[in-house]
Structure formats: structure tokens, C-alpha cells
Design a binder for this molecule. Structure first.
Ligand code: COA
Length: 190
């Protein structure tokens, strides 16, 4: 057995019979960039995530940023592999363990969408945030025209707290940002 297979067995969490959640680290920048290039058409209309990684150097910096968050206990990222291909991921950022707050984010390339992968992956991340790190409140923000993101937040039990009007300037447009949150006391356990 090769070493990388061994490490995937140790660090992978099964999301379904064909999908796994695994660490996503700077050494995987080439695989990450190839995925990000596939994801741009699905993700760019909604969030600038893929635009942060236009080339290999910036892709590595993006993953290094999250590695630094993890080391500083201010966030983390994990990738989703479907049938062995990286198709998206979930992350926490702006994490403040002392106050018990963090913000959640996620993305998928087209091939990963519609299988419940973010719902499953986010449940793992939320369990870690609430149970392992003892966080109290996780925020989820999205454009009010991002219906899939809203549906996922609601599926996970998040509550819509309000909408920040024309808050986000993106692609020359001032967009309304919906703010959702989930408190540790409100989690759906199934
Ligand atoms: C937001 C985004 C991650 C949601 O992807 P998604 O695949 O719809 O997310 P989920 O994991 O919640 O999956 C739900 C879909 O899987 C289907 N599904 C299949 N099996 C499922 C299961 N076991 N559990 C839940 N849903 C399941 C659902 O029916 C739904 O598909 P449908 O809407 O076509 O009916 C994706 O649309 C995306 O990357 N958008 C662009 C980037 C973005 O907006 N990121 C979030 C910014 S706030």
C-alpha cells in the first residue's frame, strides 16, 4: 500500500459510499487549482472564492491561508472528493473560540452539486465546531438570489436573522446579503 493511500484511510470521513471529506492542504495546490478551474462557472456568479486562485501560486496561498487559520485556531478547510475527484469543500473562518463565533462557507463544482454533499460535509464541520471546539454560534451569509445556498443553510437548521441591503459590491452590482445563524442549542441531530 502506498503512503498516500494509507493517509487517506486515516484522515478521510465517508460522506456517502462514493464521497469523502478530507483535509485540503497547501501540498494539494495543483489538484485544488484543477478543481477550481472546473468550479469557476458554478461558483463565480455567487462568490469570489475561485477568483482568489487564478494560478498555482495563488491557489497555494489560498490553502496556506487556511492552514494558517487552522494553526491559529481561527478557521479550517476540508475538501470533498467524489469518486476520487476533488469537487468542492467546506470551511470555517473568522473563528473566535473565546466568544464562540465563526462563519461557515462552502462551494462545489457542477459535478458535485445535487448530491447532498455540502449538507453532509457541513454536518461534520459543525459537529467539530460545536462539540470539539465548543463554539456557540455559526453564521452563514449568502446573496438573496443564491437559492441553493439558502436551501442548504435551512436544511442544516440555520435561521434567517435578516438581510443586509445592498451590502456586497460584486461584479458591479450591490447585492443584498442574507444572514443566517445556527446556535449550538438549536442543532438538528439525525
Ligand atoms: C451552495 C452549494 C454549495 C449548494 O450545493 P448543493 O449540492 O445544492 O448542496 P447540498 O449538499 O445541500 O445538496 C442539496 C441537493 O442535493 C440533493 N440531495 C441528494 N441527496 C441528498 C441528501 N442525502 N441530503 C440532502 N440533499 C440531497 C438535494 O435534493 C438537493 O438537490 P436539488 O436542489 O437539485 O433538489 C452550490 O450550489 C454552490 O457551490 N454554489 C456556488 C457557490 C456558493 O454559492 N457557495 C455558498 C456561498 S454562501
Amino acid at each position: 500500500m502506498q503512503n498516500h493511500e494509507w493517509s487517506h484511510r486515516v484522515y478521510a470521513i465517508d460522506l456517502s459510499p462514493t464521497a469523502q471529506l478530507r483535509p485540503l492542504e497547501p501540498w494539494q495546490a495543483e489538484e485544488f487549482l484543477a478543481h477550481i478551474d472546473r468550479a469557476r462557472p458554478n461558483v463565480d456568479p455567487y462568490i469570489p472564492w475561485c477568483t482568489f486562485s487564478p494560478d498555482l501560486e495563488s491557489a497555494r496561498k489560498t490553502l496556506q491561508k487556511y492552514a494558517n487559520f487552522q494553526a491559529a485556531d481561527t478557521g479550517r478547510i476540508a475538501g470533498i472528493w467524489l469518486e476520487g475527484t476533488l469537487v468542492g469543500g467546506v470551511m470555517l473562518f473568522g473563528m473566535d473560540a473565546a466568544s464562540g463565533h465563526a462563519e461557515a462557507g462552502c462551494w462545489l463544482e457542477e459535478a458535485g452539486q445535487g448530491h447532498g454533499l455540502i449538507t453532509a460535509a457541513m454536518r461534520v464541520l459543525l459537529d467539530w465546531a460545536f462539540d470539539t471546539r465548543g463554539l456557540h454560534r455559526i453564521v452563514w451569509e449568502c446573496w438573496d438570489r443564491n437559492e441553493r445556498s439558502q436551501a442548504t443553510a435551512q436544511r442544516l437548521g440555520f435561521t434567517h436573522e435578516g438581510t443586509l441591503r445592498e451590502e456586497f459590491l460584486y461584479r458591479g452590482e450591490r447585492r443584498n446579503t442574507m444572514v443566517f445563524s445556527l446556535l449550538t442549542t438549536e442543532r438538528k441531530k439525525d
